[in-house]
Write a protein that binds this ligand. Structure first.
Ligand code: SR1
Ligand code: MG
Length: 399
């Protein structure tokens, strides 16, 4: 039997005209494939004036094919999560124009005026308040989906409607398993092979990884984006949109914060690849500022929301809010270390490191990433302020 195929251009034009009233003439529509992630097919459909985005899920991973099957229910979860994000924080995600369950297709607003944050940072552009905007967005998402606001039954129904077993299973493997053993899926550069071999033997590190994986598998605290790297964020100088929540599920709040923090740190580590020292220092200072903004605004906003309203009378117990947020901070630091490790030596790398042309500088950047990652995992209980985090980053760079 042949595998289900991506829609062809004619089918895409017909689909878009059937499900929107944006376009006059089907034959005038241009279809451009803009798939950028690993998993789905994405197209921009335009008549020169108006445009929409069509995203199609097939029952396998796009870049691998039928060899890695993946249920199409992920696109139902993505449509649902995009709606929830916009409900929590208006205009924080592309508007879903139509979701067609039978064909596993979302039609959504084209955010063509926004740019992929990973590429923005690689170019050296510096959007000024992206750290604090994303920290506030995440705090609002996590609080709104938590037991602090929802009643027990509503929360459990939310957990059920975001069960995403196969995508969680992928994350359990590609974040927590492969990078911490000599797995055939890993992609380890020659320059950091000996560091990778050392970390595969590091029992203290692997115990931390095990604790974090167990939290990822069991702590259904809040609705997570589930894959919040800088390629899942689009920005202008003053605004952002979060895309691509197909990995959304109920998990530990520290996961989203940790993954985002890690991607800013990967950008930080990649600056070691620059020969122009003043430019490197300026960009690293900018990134530290964004990291501090992200962490401080997340905890500041979450704390303010908790002070304003906790519905559950037991969760109102004095001191529980502080304990909860301290736990989130600790796990976020650990998850950041996991994400950095997997993006450096696992199956899914990041362009920030991979596009460094000079091999020696690339090795130095990858070494800094792995050093920082291991410190974040091992020292996560001690990083109780952003000053502690900034000091750890400086120490790792100096070592
Ligand atoms: C097999 S590739 C897995 C990764 O691709 C997605 O973009 C997610 O980051 C996932 O971990
Ligand atoms: Mg993605």
């Amino acid at each position: 039997m042949t595998a289900p195929q991506p829609l062809n251009d004619q089918e895409i034009r017909a689909f878009v005209c059937r499900h929107t009233d944006v376009f006059q003439d089907q034959q005038m529509l241009q279809v451009e494939e803009i798939s950028d992630g690993n998993i789905n097919f994405v197209y921009r459909v335009s008549d020169g004036q108006n445009s929409v985005i069509l995203k199609q899920a097939l029952p396998y991973i796009r870049i691998i094919g039928e060899g890695w099957p993946l249920p199409v229910d992920r696109i139902r979860i993505e449509a649902q999560a995009l709606g929830f994000f916009n409900m929590c924080s208006p205009n924080s995600s592309p508007e879903v124009l139509h979701f067609e369950r039978s064909q596993h297709v979302i039609l959504m607003e084209d955010i063509g005026d926004y740019h992929n944050l990973r590429h923005v940072l690689i170019r050296g552009d510096k959007p000024t308040s992206i750290g604090s905007q994303l920290g506030q967005f995440l705090a609002m998402l996590h609080y709104t989906s938590s037991d602090f606001l929802l009643d027990s039954i509503a929360k459990k129904c939310m957990v059920a409607s975001y069960l995403n077993p196969q995508l969680c299973s992928i994350s359990e493997e590609v974040y927590f398993l492969d990078p911490f053993c000599d797995h055939e899926r890993n992609n380890v550069s020659q320059g950091v092979r000996s560091m990778a071999q050392a970390l595969w033997q590091d029992d203290e590190l692997k115990l931390g990884v095990t604790q974090l994986r167990y939290q990822f598998m069991n702590d259904a605290q809040v609705l997570l984006h589930g894959d919040l790297h800088t390629g899942s964020v689009f920005v202008t100088q003053s605004a952002f949109k979060v895309i691509d929540p197909e990995f959304a599920f109920y998990g530990p709040a520290g996961f989203d914060l940790g993954v985002l923090l890690a991607n800013l740190l990967l950008s930080y580590a990649s600056q070691v690849g620059k020969s122009h020292v003043a430019q490197r220092d300026e960009t690293q200072a900018y990134l530290i500022d964004q990291i501090e903004q992200l962490v401080n605004s997340y905890f500041g906003e979450f704390d303010a929301l908790l002070q304003a309203k906790i519905n559950d009378p037991v969760l109102q117990q004095q001191g529980f809010d502080t304990l909860f947020l301290a736990g989130v901070r600790e796990s976020a630091m650990g998850f950041a270390g996991i994400e950095m490790t997997r993006r450096t030596i696992g199956i899914a790398h990041v362009a920030d490191l991979d596009e460094i042309e000079d091999d020696e500088r690339k090795t130095l950047a990858e070494m800094l990433s792995l050093t920082l990652a291991a410190s974040l995992i091992k020292q996560r209980t001690k990083l109780t302020t952003t000053a502690d985090l900034a000091a750890l980053i400086k120490d790792c760079q100096a070592s």
